[in-house]
Design a binder for this molecule. Structure first.
Ligand SMILES: NC(=O)c1ccc[n+]([C@@H]2O[C@H](COP(=O)([O-])OP(=O)(O)OC[C@H]3O[C@@H](n4cnc5c(N)ncnc54)[C@H](O)[C@@H]3O)[C@@H](O)[C@H]2O)c1
Length: 406
C-alpha cells in the first residue's frame, strides 16, 4: 500500500489583501468620479443603497457614475438594525443575480454601517467571493464599519452573529455626505471616535475633549473642513489597529473591542431600539469605571472619559443594565474570544489591558459600577432609554466651533 506523508497531501494557503481608503471633497469632485471609473469600468456593478440615502444623494451618485459613462444596476434596500438579517442579504444576492453580476463584477454599498454589513456578507457569498466597494454615509460608517474587514447580520439573540471577513476592494470617504445626518447619528459616530482615541490616539482624544465634542459635531453637520483631521485620525487609528490582526487569528485580544463587550447584548435586549453607537458609549463608560474600581485606571482619568461622553451628549446608562446582563455579556464575550472575556479596560488615555475572567470583576464590583453610572446619568438628566435629554445643544447655524470652547 502506498503511504503519503502529511506534507504530501497538504495545502498551504494564505491571502494577502490591501485596500485603500480615499477621502474626497464631494460627490461632484473629479477625483471621486475618477475613483468610480478606476474601480468599476468594464465591470458589472450593483449599487446598494438605503431609502434615506437614495432620497438625499441617489441622483448625485448616479450622476457621478454617468459622468464617466457608467450606469450600474441599482437596489434600494431598507437597512435598519431590525432588517439586518439573512433575508436582506438574500435580497442583495437576488438583485445581483438579476443584474447578471459576473465573477469580475462588484457590489457597491452606499449607506451606513447596516448597509455595508449586509452588502459585505452578500459579496462574500456571491460566487463564493465577489469584490465590493464602500461609500459610507454615516460617521460610524466612515470611521469604523465602512473601513473594517467584516460584514454580518443579526441572528436570534446574537448581534452580528452570522458574518464574514471579507475586506472591501476600496473605500471612498466623503465627509460632506454627513451634513444631512441627525445630531444623534453624529454623536453615535463620535462614540466610536472616542473609543479608538482612548486606545490608540491621545491627540485625537484631546482634540475631541477640547471642543467638548460640540465643535466636532458642528463641523460635521456644517460640512466644515475642520472635521477632516479628526475623521482622518480616527480612520488611521482604526486601520492601524485592524492591520495588527486583520482576520482575528493571531489573538483574541483586540483594542478595537473597547466598548464592545456589554454593548451587543445590551442592544439586543432592547430589540435594537438602542443604537449601536449609544451602546458603545455606555460600554465605554462601564469599562472605564470598572478600570477605576479595579485600581487599573486613575479615578480622574476614568471620570475624564465619562465626562467627555456626557459632554458629547452620549448616554452612560441604560435601564436594561443589570448584573445579569453584564454576566451574560461576559459569558458571550468569552465564547467569542477564545475562552477569555478580553474586555478592554483603559489604564490611561492611549493605554489599556484586558479583563480576562469573571472573578476579576465580581458581582459586588459590577453593582458598584452600575450604581455609579446610574447616579451619574440621573445627575446629568438623561433618561433610562439611553437617550441623552440634554448635552451639547447645537446652535441652529453659524461657526459652531466656539460652543466647544466655552
Ligand atoms: N463591520 C464592522 O466592522 C462594524 C463596525 C462598527 C459598526 N458596525 C455596524 O454598523 C451599524 C451602525 O452603523 P450606522 O451608525 O451607520 O447605522 P445605520 O446604518 O443604521 O445608519 C444610521 C441612520 O442614518 C441614516 N443615514 C445614513 N446616511 C445618512 C446621511 N448621509 N444623511 C442622513 N441620514 C443618513 C440611515 O438611514 C439610518 O437611519 C451597526 O449595525 C453595527 O453593528 C459594523
Amino acid at each position: 500500500m502506498w503511504m503519503s506523508t502529511p506534507e504530501q497531501l497538504s495545502l498551504r494557503s494564505s491571502r494577502d489583501h490591501t485596500f485603500n481608503v480615499a477621502l474626497f471633497e464631494g460627490l461632484h469632485s473629479s477625483d471621486f468620479c475618477e475613483w468610480i471609473e478606476a474601480y468599476t469600468r468594464n465591470r458589472t456593478v450593483l449599487a446598494v443603497t438605503t431609502p434615506t440615502v437614495e432620497r438625499l444623494y441617489g441622483n448625485d451618485i448616479r450622476a457621478a457614475f454617468a459622468s464617466v459613462g457608467l450606469k450600474p444596476s441599482w437596489l434600494v434596500l431598507n437597512c435598519t438594525e431590525r432588517t439586518k438579517t439573512m433575508e436582506s442579504v438574500l435580497t442583495v444576492c437576488s438583485a445581483a443575480s438579476d443584474a447578471g453580476i459576473d465573477r469580475r463584477g462588484a457590489l457597491v454599498a452606499i449607506g451606513g454601517g447596516v448597509c455595508s454589513d449586509i452588502v459585505t456578507l452578500a459579496a462574500s457569498m456571491l460566487r463564493r467571493s465577489l469584490s465590493h466597494l464602500r461609500i459610507p454615509t454615516t460617521l460610524i460608517g466612515q470611521v469604523d464599519a465602512g473601513i473594517g474587514l467584516k460584514g454580518g447580520v443579526n441572528f436570534g439573540e446574537g448581534k452580528n452573529y452570522l458574518g464574514c471577513f471579507h475586506p472591501p476592494e476600496a473605500v471612498a470617504v466623503i465627509p460632506s455626505l454627513l451634513k444631512s445626518l441627525g445630531v444623534d447619528t453624529v454623536r453615535q459616530g463620535v462614540a466610536e471616535m472616542i473609543k479608538v482615541a482612548c486606545t490608540s490616539d491621545t491627540d485625537l482624544f484631546r482634540m475631541i475633549e477640547e471642543t467638548r465634542g460640540g465643535g466636532l459635531q458642528s463641523w460635521v453637520l456644517n460640512g466644515d473642513s475642520l472635521a477632516h483631521e479628526p475623521i482622518q485620525r480616527a480612520i488611521a487609528a482604526m486601520l492601524g489597529e485592524l492591520s495588527k490582526n486583520p482576520f482575528e487569528v493571531t489573538s483574541y485580544e483586540r483594542a478595537v473591542d473597547l466598548g464592545h463587550t456589554i454593548a451587543h447584548p445590551l442592544e439586543a435586549s432592547t430589540h435594537y431600539e438602542l443604537h449601536h453607537g449609544f451602546a458603545v458609549a455606555i460600554d465605554l463608560a462601564f469599562s472605564s469605571v470598572v478600570g477605576w474600581h479595579l485600581g487599573w485606571l486613575r479615578e480622574e482619568t476614568a471620570l475624564r472619559i465619562v465626562d467627555l461622553l456626557v459632554a458629547v451628549g452620549l448616554p452612560v446608562w441604560h435601564g436594561h443594565l443589570n448584573e445579569d446582563l453584564v454576566l451574560r455579556s461576559f459569558r458571550a464575550a468569552a465564547k467569542h474570544r477564545g475562552g477569555n472575556i478580553n474586555m478592554v479596560v483603559p489604564t490611561d488615555i492611549g493605554r489599556y489591558r484586558f479583563l480576562k475572567r469573571e472573578d476579576q470583576c465580581p458581582p459586588g464590583m459590577i453593582l458598584e459600577v452600575l450604581t455609579y453610572l446610574r447616579a451619574r446619568s440621573w445627575q446629568e438628566g438623561m433618561s433610562n432609554s439611553g437617550t441623552a435629554q440634554y448635552g451639547v445643544e447645537l446652535p441652529a447655524e453659524g461657526n459652531l466651533a466656539r460652543i466647544g470652547l466655552q
